[in-house]
Design a protein around this ligand. Sequence first.
Ligand SMILES: Nc1ncnc2c1ncn2[C@@H]1O[C@H](COP(=O)(O)OP(=O)(O)OP(=O)(O)O)[C@@H](O)[C@H]1O
Ligand SMILES: [Mg+2]
Length: 243
Amino acid sequence: MIKIHCLSKHFGNIAAVCGISFEVKKGEVFGLLGENGAGKTTTLRMLATMLRPTSGTATMAGWDIVKEPQKVRSSIGILFGGETGLYDRLTCEENIAYFGELNDMSRAQIKERIKELAKVFNMEEYLTRRAGKLSKGMKQKVAFARAIVHDPKIMLLDEPTSGLDVSAIRDVHEFIASCRKEGKTVIFSSHSMSEVEKLCDRVGIIHKGNLVEVGNIDEIKSRYGNQSLEDIFIKLVGDRSER
Ligand SMILES: Nc1ncnc2c1ncn2[C@@H]1O[C@H](COP(=O)(O)OP(=O)(O)OP(=O)(O)O)[C@@H](O)[C@H]1O
Ligand SMILES: [Mg+2]
């Protein structure tokens, strides 16, 4: 479903992503781990066609991110942690509906889908409130619902649970698990090992723009003598206390 081939991004003389390659199969939840500045967001932004690669490419649901960005965009749902990109003056419902219209959904389809998503994310109570007046977690949930209103095959989620409270995190986790059941393909970045272990089939560890490990979590663990994912991570990216 996702094939990444020698993907690189340089910002001036900063090599943010250095020729990474990996695949994610249909129905797989793939976790991207890496320390701050490792290149996770840059990778996801290239896959989302928000950023043009310096070299290399990727195909998403068969479409090339460089040659067919429009096709890619209609196949994906994206959520980038920090910026929800909601229109403050519109209500939650209106924000979601607007995105549905941009994706050529009918009014009836949008209405039905909003009902469904409001239930999944426990946000029925504030659907008619203006987005600008909501708390950070509430905004994040609306942004999530908006990103997937068109029921995309692929989801790219950059730190989808960062800054959320326990129950909001649980909602997002349940949602990702339900996506997997429906056969959706998900890539998400995270700093939480337990989150990744709970949700992912496979993981990739990225360090200074390079993919230093990729594979099934159990296989990776057995390759490292059954250490915890956290210990393996620290080993691969280096323990700062020893630098
Ligand atoms: N627009 C940009 N211009 C210049 N440098 C950038 C830009 N975006 C990212 N970088 C640099 O690219 C590198 C990778 O950044 P990126 O945001 O992809 O890391 P990350 O793994 O998402 O980190 P974090 O966990 O902190 O979100 C960093 O050195 C960063 O400073
Ligand atoms: Mg990031």
